[in-house]
Design a binder for this molecule. Structure first.
Ligand SMILES: NC(=O)c1ccc[n+]([C@@H]2O[C@H](COP(=O)([O-])OP(=O)(O)OC[C@H]3O[C@@H](n4cnc5c(N)ncnc54)[C@H](OP(=O)(O)O)[C@@H]3O)[C@@H](O)[C@H]2O)c1
Length: 278
């Protein structure tokens, strides 16, 4: 099967390339295919005729997006629109990756977000990602949108940062009022593979590992598994200021994927596998 992967040097793209290595992959970085260039996207898709386009290209710097609004919009909204039009015109299926940040994050933490719940992004990154989702829905009939969260995998990521900090510090301060599901890029890549195999209904799906935690408890879990003796101090989001507001509740229900027979590991299981090869 011919599959086009955009943004192919990114963290998730690397996991997808490994997961789908037995398929005919066309991997493109920004030099080879700039998703913001509609003409280039159209010509490339017309020429290569992929069955699937997996869009891993994105502007992912959440805090910097507050200042670089236009660039973030171009990459996170116009890019997906270009891919949606090209997919539609060339009978390809578009698989796009979005974020928990499209939700407002103000639901009580006992509740989780279902796919169709009201969207209310609190910062520029989430706003541009939501625009991208809408432009895909408007311009393409065969698409999957996978909303993921708290992604870690090959390269710089939260888990690696905490382990690095623990080497030089006796204690680390970590927010304990943001709730969500850490997600191993390898597991998200496998979810995407299962969706291709099972050909489930098109649409938007929450796609993270199973289970919920906070960044604070997640850090404690990382240190526990690695037997690291660094103290974890809980702090509030207000104490840990950042340019972009983060949702307090990023919990997304995975029922829709599960009901479609997609297997999803727990975040604890995922973390153990990731740390075993760190
Ligand atoms: N990381 C997370 O915690 C997280 C959470 C929720 C959702 N997501 C979503 O998950 C997806 C994958 O995230 P990730 O962490 O794997 O991202 P990533 O590592 O930042 O990779 C994004 C890739 O897109 C490339 N890119 C940027 N502009 C491009 C353009 N105009 N045309 C083609 N490629 C372009 C980047 O290239 P350069 O590096 O050369 O710019 C980079 O290789 C994204 O859609 C993101 O929004 C991520």
């Amino acid at each position: 099967m011919k599959i086009l992967i955009t943004g192919s040097n990114g963290m998730l793209a690397n996991a997808i390339k490994e997961e789908l290595k037995n398929e005919e992959l066309i991997c493109t970085d920004v030099e080879e295919l700039d998703i913001t260039n509609s003409e280039q996207v159209n010509e490339f898709v017309k020429k290569t005729k992929p069955e699937y386009i997996i869009n891993c290209a994105a502007y992912t710097a959440v805090d910097k997006a507050e200042e670089n609004k236009e660039l973030a919009y171009k990459i996170n909204a116009i890019g997906p629109k270009n891919l949606a039009i090209a997919a539609n015109e060339n009978s390809a299926i578009l698989m796009h990756v979005s974020t928990d940040y499209v939700f407002g994050g103000d639901k009580p933490v006992e509740e989780d977000y279902k796919e169709d719940d009201e969207k209310n992004p609190q910062a520029v990154y989430g706003t541009t990602k939501l625009e991208g989702e809408k432009l895909i829905e408007e311009n393409c009939s065969k698409y999957y949108i996978f909303r993921t969260a708290w992604l870690y995998g090959e390269g710089r990521n939260f888990v690696r940062t905490m382990l690095d900090l623990s080497k030089t510090k006796d204690e680390v301060k970590v927010v304990n009022d943001q709730h969500g599901s850490p997600t191993y890029a390898v597991d998200l890549a496998n979810i995407i593979h299962q969706v291709i195999d099972k050909k489930i209904e098109f649409g938007a799906y929450n796609a993270t590992n199973i289970g919920y935690t906070t960044w604070y408890d997640f850090t404690k879990k990382i240190f526990e598994i690695k037997n690291v003796k660094c103290k974890v101090i809980p702090v509030t989001s207000e104490e840990f200021k950042s340019p972009a507001k983060r949702p307090k509740n990023s919990k997304m229900s995975k029922d829709k994927l599960l009901k479609n027979g997609i297997n999803i590991p727990t975040y604890e299981d995922a973390l153990k596998r990731y740390l075993a090869q760190e």
